[in-house]
Structure formats: structure tokens, C-alpha cells
Design a protein around this ligand. Sequence first.
Ligand code: ADP
Ligand code: MG
Length: 766
Amino acid sequence: MTPHLRLVPDLPEPRPKKLAKRPSAKKAAERPPAQFWRTTGFTRLAVPLAGVLGGKTAKAFEALKVKTVGDLMLHLPRRYVSGTELSDLRNLTEGEEVTVLAQVRHASVHAMNSGRGAGKFRLQAVITDGPGTLNLTFFGARHLVDYWQAQLRPGARGIFAGKVGAFQGQPQLTHPDFVIIDEHGNVIGGAQRNVDLGKVAGASGRIGLYPATAKLRTWTIANCVSLTLDSLTGMEDPLPEWVRRQADLIDQQTAYRSVHRPDTEADVVAGLARIQFDEAFGLQLAMARRRAVTSTVGAVPRPRVDGGLLDAFDARLPFELTEGQREIGDQLFADLARPHPMQRLLQGEVGSGKTVVALRAMLTVVDNGGQTALLAPTEVLAAQHHRTITGMLGDLVGADLLTSGGIGTGVTLVTGSLSAGRRREASLAVASGAAGIVIGTHALLTSGTQFADLGLVVVDEQHRFGVEQRAALVAKAAQRPHTLVMTATPIPRTVAMTVFGDLETSTLTQVPAGRAEVSTVVVDYQSHPSWLARTWQRVIEEVAEGRQAYVVCPRISDGSADDDAGAAVEDVYAQLTEGPLRGLRVAMLHGRLAADEKDEVMGRFVAGTIDVLIATTVIEVGVDVANAAAMVICDADRFGISQLHQLRGRIGRGAHPGVCLLLTSTPPGTPAAERLAAVARTRDGFRLAKVDLEQRREGDVLGADQSGIRSGLRHLRVLEDEDLILFARDLATACLESDPDLADPGLADIVDSVELRAAGDWLERS
Ligand code: ADP
Ligand code: MG
């Protein structure tokens, strides 16, 4: 069940016996304690930009999130234009900031003799890329206009930057910044008299156009890069020679020169390969290091206990565990028995039964006299976990110690919305150790909750939590607790390796037998208006058969009649209860209800006294009502793929075949329509996760609050670069095996800089 780990492709060459660069023991002892003051050269990459370019320029670079020399080296041109190729001027959008390489066709000066401009002059120029043209307009006093005209001689080539405006239906740039360059890429003139006379191209005249700002034009960036590149001369390469050879990479400095000043297309490719490898390798080395460190940290072993709560629970289980559930259970028991903290990711298909797996691990810890915390992303989900776990445990819950033959534990819910009295009660149960199982939202992280003996933390639906948030909870225990992280939906392997790379992974692929089919249909009511009535008819039929249904809406009303944001839950509720669903027992659930109201509504839906629940995505994760067989998702195109997959996972949990209707008015052929089609095509979460990643950048897929180390992914795509990530991971593992303490200053520096950046990102965010 564990994902298959590739072996190291070739055995790494042994590291040279004598490392020229390793500082002697004496020298190391003299070294100041702060790790980043190493004596070797690579730390130049960590130097703040101000140190090389001055404070004012460094400040301007902040808008581009470029703060250090290393950041600047990784600020790569968006594209390259060769000496002869010009930008395409035909597809400019009004309002867009553009940087174009073009040739001057003509420029003429006109006196302005009316209104405000009287006494001033206007310079009108046309630049061209061959097929297209773009107008430039400048206003100013005679001497200025003459100066510009002298720069903009017909035939001159330049880089022009500014915001596209329109004049009489034609695109134009008003007062663009520009530099004029010769055929070698030397800057020979420009908009300012004191223009930096640098060089913006490689030897072959290839020009990189950088992501730029109005304050920091591409040629200024090119100049700064040049200066900075020079400052790096003589810097050592942090990658050990054998790794570089194994991965067939050019050295770091050459790579930086190649991407910023390429002479050939091949230069860019080779440079980028090195930069991408560095990114993948740094991340994997840091993750491997975190795993290694964890394996040296102490934790209280909580081995499986015979004849305890777990056995009593297993005996009461109303179903057979699936093979996967049993196998992963055994894996967890083995982890928990070790004197080091478990660090495991449990990922699995929606409805694969992760909760039982986690609960069995929790009970093992309780059998050892320890406590466990289960963290959920929402109050609804925390309350539901509390309800299901209490239900599953039955007479094993603390209060019924007598009937269970003396075996049991307290189960306590701690959420932000508890009344002060109940909060105190809960805190007491947690602090005294009476509650073996504590369930809550992330409020558990911030509250003053003290545990008597926290042995295991289970984080449900991890993608809502940041890596560092998890660390914060773990830090609460006197000794590191064991940690189990569960993802809501399956994730591609490389995502697991990068985002959760500090964790071992277990995967539940099986869904318990006897689960019903769910058919999913895209209801395009724009093209087929009659389908809408049929949709509600279908809900009524399900209810007539004794089933229940969800209607999911993308948002809560905010008072505005903003149809663009999709249907509001209150409006849908009003329309349906007065219209198609009149006569059914319908209730509404959304995040703005008070906690006890939410509980009450959910409780009634679970009990079956509500037929149709009209809700927002508060029901997205984890809600588990087996009798619910139908789901209608309004404005389904507003949701992402994994969200739709999660939502649909709420039905088809019992034996009743489910039906999921995706309402949309989006025309076929759009990306949104393709998303819906993909969801309708398959219920395989892994396949959907891939489609999702192909459509979006990984950051969006994983939720914006997923913080820390992941944001280090700048030049890598987790899907496209899967091979590279796997390869880098193997090499990183090999490096740590041969050098577990990172005595190699280069490797140590690589890890330090990844960790520093992760910490920096985290600090910035909080
Ligand atoms: P998820 O993995 O999506 O969190 P849950 O843990 O909520 O899934 O489980 C979904 C449902 O399946 C629950 O009602 C649970 O009781 C039930 N279930 C779990 N394991 C099994 C099994 N082995 N056989 C039958 N039903 C199971
Ligand atoms: Mg779940």
C-alpha cells in the first residue's frame, strides 16, 4: 500500500575521501554559532540585495519578491527574444503593462497650440514588429521632445515599456520608458539622459525580457543582474561534485549566466535544468533531513495492547475492515510502538474509511494511558467526528464504564464556540486526562488547552492546515507526540513528496465493498432549460423512496444582488421551498448559523427528519449520512475539481445508488465545463487530482493557506517535473545516507537556505 519508492538509479559514486572544502575541526569550532555565517562562498546568495545594489534599488525589487542575491539569480526572464526577432505587436490588450522589443518606423514633432498644451510639443512615433505597429506619444518642452526624437531615429531598435492605452481606436503607449540598443545588445540611448549604458543581451544578441514593474524596467533588471553576477565570481558550487556529475549538470554560476545571458537556446536549457534540479533537490534534501531529525527525536512508545479498548472496539465494529484498513492499521501500530514520533500521511479516496483507521490508532494510544487529539478543519466536521466517534464507541465512552466492563475513555469536543461553562468543563477533562479522545478545530492550537499526556495528534483534511500550524500543535506536548495527517482526497505522488515530504505515506485506495454507484450528470440548463425541472423532480423521487438529498450552493447572500458570484444559499432555499420542493422537509445549513443551530440541523438530517439539506460547502468534507443519495450542486462551475469530488463523496456512502447533478449555465468547451465533464467521467480521486493540477498551479490546488516550504516551488511543476522530483529525491536520500550530519558545508547550506526561506514565508504570513 505504501507508494513504491524508486531505487537510486545508479549507485552514487563514493564521495572523495578528502574534502578540500570541509573546514577543519579547529576552524569549525571557531566558527560563529549562527549557521549562515559559514566561511564558504555560497552564502553570498543569502546576501540581501541592498548589499550589492544599494538600498534604493533593493527596495524597488521588493515588489517582485526579490530580496537576496539568490532571489535575483532566480528571477528569470519571462522570455527571450533573439537579435533579429521582434515582439508581436498585434495582440496587445488595453490596460496591460507591456515590454516590447521593436523597431522605430518614424517619429515626428508637432507644436501644440491649443488649450493646456499651448507652448508645448508632442512627439508622435510609430514602432513596428514587421506586421504590426504601435503608436508612441510623448509631450514636453522643445528640448525634451528633440532629445527623444534624436533617440528614436527610424530603424533604431529599442525595448519599450508602458501601459497600453487607446487613442482613436488604436493602441498606443503614452510616455513609455525605453532604451535603444545596438545589434550587440548594448544600450546606446534611452528615454532618460542619464540612462544606464549596460548590456541587455548575451554575446549572440539574445535578450531576456524580465517580469518587471513600472519602477523597475527589464533593462534595469538586466543591469542589476549583470552587477550581481559579477559579485558572484569565485563562489563555490554548493552541490557536491559527484551529485553534479551524476545528475549531469553544469555548475551553478555557469547556470546563472546561461539563463540571464544566454548565447544559445541550449544555454537556456542547460541553465534551467540546473536551476530546476537545485529547487527539487533542495526541497527533497530538506524534507529528508526533517525525516531524519524526527527519527532521532524521542517519543513515548505506545505499542498495541491486547484485551484493551482497541480489541473491545474491534469486536463491536459492525463491518469487516477492508484489507487496506487492516494493513495500514498494522503500519500505524508499528510506528506507534517505536520510541520516535510517528510522522505519517494517510491519504485515501473519499469514503475509503480513513476515520476508522485513525480511531484504531487513537485507541491504541489510549490503551497506553495517553491522550489523543483529532483536529478538523471546521466546526461542523469536528462536531460530526465527535458524533460518529461517540456513536462508534457506544458503551465504551467514559460515562458508561460500568456496562463496558470497565474499559472506556472520555470523548471531549473542544471548539471555539463552546459556552464558557462547557469550555471549562472540557478543559478540565483534557487537563486531567479523563478525556482520552479530544476532538476540536484548530482552536485547539490557539486555546489554552493543556493535555495531561498528549500521545497522538491526528490532523484530518490536512490541506486546510499549514505545515507550520501542524508544528505548532506538536510543540504543545512536553515530548513530541506521534502525528497522523489525513488528506481529504488522494493526491498525486509528487505532491505528497513535496508538500508532505517530511512524512511517510500510506494510501487507502479501496473503498469498502457494497458501496453503491453514483452517477454524475452535467445539467446544462442554459442549453436545455427543461432539465432544470427534471432535476428537482429527481430529488422529489428520491425523497419519495425514503432517501435524502443535498443541494449545494456556492455562497451565502451578502445582501448584494450579485449574480456573478453564483447562487446564494438563502435565495435557493427561498425559491425551492416556495416552488419545486414545496411540501418536503427542507432545512438550510451554512457557516453563518450559530454553532448549536448548525449542530441541530445536522442532527436532524442525520436522524432523517429532514429530507433536503440546502447548504454551502460546510458539508464539503467528511459529513457522513449514509441515507443521502442525491446531490444537486448549483452553479457547479464555481467549484474546483477536488471540491466537487469531495462534495460528491457525501453521497453513495450506503447501499443506495446515488445521483449527483451538476447544474451549470457555462457553455461547453470552456475550462470550467471541462472540469465538470472530468468529474462526471470518473470517481477516481487520483485521476481527478491530476486533471486538477493540469488545469491549475499546484498552489491553488492545495489551498492558499498551505504555507511554508511549498512556496519554494518556483521553477518546478509537480506534475510535469515528476521525473526530476523523483530523481532529486533519490539523490538527496543518497546524500543523507553518506553524510547524515551534513558535514558537507554545501549540502548543509542548501538545507539551511530552504529552511530559512520556509521560516521566512511563515513569519511573513502570520
Ligand atoms: P473518509 O475516508 O472519506 O473519511 P469515512 O471515514 O468517513 O471516509 O468513512 C465513510 C463511511 O464508511 C463511514 O460511514 C464508515 O463508517 C464506513 N466504513 C468505514 N470502513 C468501512 C468498512 N470496512 N466497511 C463498511 N463501511 C465502512
Ligand atoms: Mg473523513
